[in-house]
Design a protein around this ligand. Structure first.
Ligand code: PMV
Length: 315
């Protein structure tokens, strides 16, 4: 439909936080997405109606950041809100929480919807760049991993910096995962700043952790390519340990990770900024996915059952 655009949610399978320091990461779009719809508005301004289902307080806490993000994207696209009154409505089946790429999904959806509404015909690369500008409103200096997954879909090897890379990792079929939500809104900016501070204080300790994180990314890529999901799971467990060591996990995240592993998940770790937000468990097959999701829900947490590695058409 004219003036509509979508952006996928995402889950980081390997190396959130480390990716900020140019270490490779593996991220996947998930089957859930945000839709943005644009209509003419009779006042010379932008009206934003946010109908997404969300963790309590999420939308309120992110409102200023959301407005900043929108301003940045409109400026990058040379759209003057005082000349073009528009109403943007956000909806879709992506439950909005920390760690699921909600901000990036909304940026990509809005960029695509604006491109379509104003007949700009922008490429994926251009959409990705605009969404990255929008992400700055939420994150300060985002690595770009979220908006990349949200724009392109699929399972992606992502590295920023001098060795910048965005490559699809092809899977023969999508793999089931469970995402567990702590119900706590996490502040990614603060989590990233905390890592920076501690890294400066203890450079040697952090260097060793970062080196291992880099190894894990390459091992995980190989394991995915060989479709050795047991190995992927083991590496996810180890990745969680490293994230604990840089102090971005939390009691709830560790608890849910344990629940998932005890219920048979091949691996489990926090995903995204940490300190709340979400965890992810690798659960190939619907049966294992249900078992793990039930174990987490029994303790009162919400889950999302979805897949990683679906191409844009399948998602
Ligand atoms: O909190 P999320 O899901 O947006 O993930 C942030 C990922 C980080 O690596 C912690 C930060 C970044 O910019 O990559």
């Amino acid at each position: 439909m004219k003036g509509e655009g979508i952006g996928f949610g995402k889950t980081i399978l390997f190396n959130e936080h480390f990716v900020v320091y140019d270490i490779p990461s593996i991220v996947s779009a998930i089957g859930n997405y945000t839709v943005a719809r644009i209509e003419p508005y009779d006042k010379a301004k932008v009206e934003l109606v946010d109908n997404r289902k969300a963790t309590p307080n999420y939308k309120e806490e992110k409102l200023t950041q959301q407005q900043d993000s929108l301003k940045r994207m409109m400026a990058t696209m040379n759209i003057d809100p005082s000349k073009n009154g528009i109403k943007i409505t956000l909806e879709g089946n992506l439950y909005v929480a920390s760690g699921i790429g909600a901000s990036a999904a909304s940026c990509v959806a809005i960029a695509r919807a604006l491109s379509n509404y104003f007949d700009m015909n922008l490429s994926d690369e251009e959409i990705n760049n605009i969404a990255y500008e929008g992400e700055k409103g939420y994150h300060g200096t985002p690595s770009g991993v979220d908006n990349t997954a949200s724009t392109y879909g699929g399972l992606i090897w992502f590295q920023k910096g001098e060795e910048k890379a965005i490559e699809q990792i092809a899977l023969h079929y999508p793999i089931e995962i469970v995402i567990g939500n702590t119900g706590k809104v996490a502040n990614t900016k603060a989590a990233v700043a905390g890592v920076r501070e501690r890294r400066e204080k203890e450079p040697e300790k952090y260097q060793a952790i970062f080196d291992r994180a880099e190894n894990i990314a390459y091992l995980a890529k190989d394991a995915f390519e060989e479709e050795d999901f047991k190995e992927v799971g083991k590496l996810m467990n180890e990745n969680h340990k490293l994230l604990q060591q840089i102090e971005v996990s939390s009691r709830e995240l560790d608890f849910m990770v344990k629940l998932a592993r005890d219920a048979g998940a091949l691996g489990a770790k926090l995903t995204g900024g940490g300190l709340g937000g979400n965890m992810i468990a690798l659960t190939p097959g619907r049966e294992l996915q249900d078992t793990v999701a039930n174990a987490i829900e029994k303790e009162g947490f919400q889950t999302v059952k979805t897949v990683v590695g679906a191409s844009r058409k399948e998602a």
